[in-house]
Design a protein. Sequence first.
Length: 276
Amino acid sequence: MRTRIVVGVLLALLFLLTLFFGGVVQCVMFSLATSICVYEMVKTFQKKGLNPFSYPLYLFALIYYPVTRYTPAIYWLLLLLVFCVTATIVERIFNKKRTTEDVFASLSVFLYPLSFFVFIAAIHKLSGEPLSRIALLMMFAGPLLGDTMAYFIGVFRGRHKLCPHISPKKTVEGSIGGLAGGIMGGILVYFVQQYLDIRPYVGIIPMMVLGLLCGAMGQIGDLFASTIKRWADIKDFGTFLPGHGGMLDRLDSVLMCAPMVFLFFYAVHSYVTGLL
């Protein structure tokens, strides 16, 4: 547990530094994190005897963030996606050793986790760097505080199993703690917004509701990742983060929250700019 806490604190500090510097630093860090997640998914499929064509996956993982952030229109991202998917399909046609099952494994990685990472990058389409940073903070604070509360309450107070067929250690008490942690994340982001005087203001009640939803969706993301690991007969996606497992083990809850948080702040942005 001590290792888990120390690594968790270091990760939180690294995220805050990435958020503070923004720009190129943010692009590099998120692209690396995405590439590690792709590597872990490819290895997971390989453990089941599948051999995904990984080069297009890594290409997308490495450049989707700057493409999404720095190009004015979304069609550049769509072109990148179409190119990578087409390369995956064409390679199957000319590679006799590649099976159709391998192709479907490759395409599934574009769906999860890559499509969810796109919503993290799309945050920068909001008006103004300050609002995008608050949205990113919410995207991580809600589910990760939910994860933390769920873990500790589950360890010390957990009695009733939540989904024993998927994740035997998860409990109802831990799940309730996860919802409370998500709300705490919403309150935290609200006060950060107030302290930094970031406009447009989002009220504390909407932030708490969004935090509650993050706490719930984060747990769904965690359970979905557990179904993949149970299918592959592995405990963790990797060993990149001592005490936590792999990068995807740490980000599974964040990824499931990303579309919802993006849509929430996009609605705020659209209302303020008169689009809604």
